[in-house]
Design a protein around this ligand. Structure first.
Ligand SMILES: NC(=O)c1ccc[n+]([C@@H]2O[C@H](COP(=O)([O-])OP(=O)(O)OC[C@H]3O[C@@H](n4cnc5c(N)ncnc54)[C@H](O)[C@@H]3O)[C@@H](O)[C@H]2O)c1
Length: 344
């Protein structure tokens, strides 16, 4: 997300001075550095867990977009637990302190994973031939056929990943109240697009397109192995439109926490995703059913964008076909370089 936002912001606003800081933990992030440098974006090799690394940036800053994280839900469930805590929570606190010193506005990419798994598992749905669909009648507040809204309850477990992001949200509010850091929090569902180094535990759309591109099987984990679990997917260009709006209309969004996702028009089940990938890449791959549920998985998540659309007028313009087509073009154009990461 960070690389994309840097490049798109620079393309739209050539006079912006943009600095990208990354510790290159995610395999493949290093492949994005040449395009950043060619676009006139300064790259700082730094780690947000180290306050001193943030201080490598000496220039004054108007905005900080916090997009450095370990974004995998599964990463918080194993030996990488401490990395998730130290980066997603500790690193965000360091970045907030840095924002306070720089008097910079803070844009936080939070996640739909702040919403508890137990409640998401209780949402009522029915099945069509290809996907789960949210029922009209629900017992839990904050769910409707339009998706999950911000008044969804927050009081149960949500995964360590989700908790680091929710705890960061709480700290962001503290930094607003006591250190004057002005912020906006976007709780995003799945985001996808070119430059995302998709892997089995994170970046499902890139993973699916790459599996089709290199003709490798895909797996449907859990929920009977039918591939009917559903997510909405936000195209990176739609996220960019939102961030660009927020930067230029900060007074409208200041202090707000809003869900932002693809919504129903840009949602897919796994088996629908397979079919779209088949149509776009021209390749058919085997889909292997795996009956056992994956830890922390949920049957269905769709973003209810009502609050953000009412507040800003923003709504996603792209759909699943656009997302898959753009990822496919990116892989096709950079096949040799990406094979070592995406087809490893
Ligand atoms: N991709 C999604 O579907 C999605 C959905 C909701 C929220 N988000 C949030 O958006 C943000 C960006 O996610 P992404 O999909 O681009 O993930 P990503 O893994 O592609 O990018 C995160 C970047 O952070 C870097 N990084 C990791 N630890 C770091 C550290 N300690 N110091 C400095 N850099 C570090 C990685 O090298 C990587 O380049 C994250 O905060 C994530 O929680 C992502």
């Amino acid at each position: 997300m960070g690389s994309n936002l840097c490049l798109l912001l620079k393309e739209k606003n050539p006079d912006y001075k943009i600095i990208a800081l990354d510790n290159l933990k995610r395999r493949g992030s290093e492949l994005n550095i040449p395009s950043l440098k060619n676009a006139g974006i300064e790259f700082v090799h730094g780690d947000i867990r180290q306050k001193g690394d943030l201080d490598l940036i000496e220039q004054p800053l108007d905005f900080i977009i916090d997009a450095a994280a370990e974004p995998s839900v599964l990463a918080g469930m194993g030996p990488t637990l401490n990395y998730v805590l130290d980066t997603n929570l500790g690193g965000t606190i360091n970045t907030l302190e840095f924002a306070a010193r720089k008097k910079a506005k803070f844009i936080f990419l939070s996640t739909s994973r702040v919403y508890p798994i137990e409640y998401l598992e209780q949402l009522k749905y029915h099945e069509s031939d290809t996907r789960f669909i949210i029922d009209a009648a629900q017992e839990i507040p904050g769910i409707s056929p339009a998706g999950i809204a911000e008044n969804f309850p927050l009081d149960k477990a949500r995964s360590v990943y989700g908790t680091t992001k929710l705890a960061s949200e709480l700290m962001i509010e503290e930094f607003r109240a006591f250190f004057g850091v002005d912020y906006v929090i976007n709780r995003c569902g799945v985001i996808a697009g070119p430059y995302q180094m998709g892997k089995v535990d994170q970046g499902v759309v890139t993973l699916w397109v790459s599996r089709h591109f290199w003709k490798k099987p895909v797996s449907y984990f859990g929920y009977g192995g039918t591939g009917k679990q559903v997510r909405d997917v936000l195209h990176i260009l739609d996220l960019f439109d939102l961030i660009d709006y927020e930067m230029t209309n900060f007074d409208v969004v200041s202090g707000k926490t809003m869900n932002a996702g693809g919504g129903i028009p840009s949602s897919t089940s796994l088996c629908e995703l397979t079919e779209l990938c088949r149509l776009i890449t021209g390749n058919t791959v085997e889909a292997i059913p795996v009956l056992q549920n994956r830890q922390g998985d949920i049957p269905l998540y769709i973003t209810d964008n009502s609050r953000i659309t009412t507040t800003t007028g923003w709504m996603p313009k792209r759909n699943m076909t656009n997302v898959i087509q753009d990822i496919f073009e990116w892989i096709r154009t950079n096949e040799k370089q990406l094979k070592q990461i995406l087809d490893a």
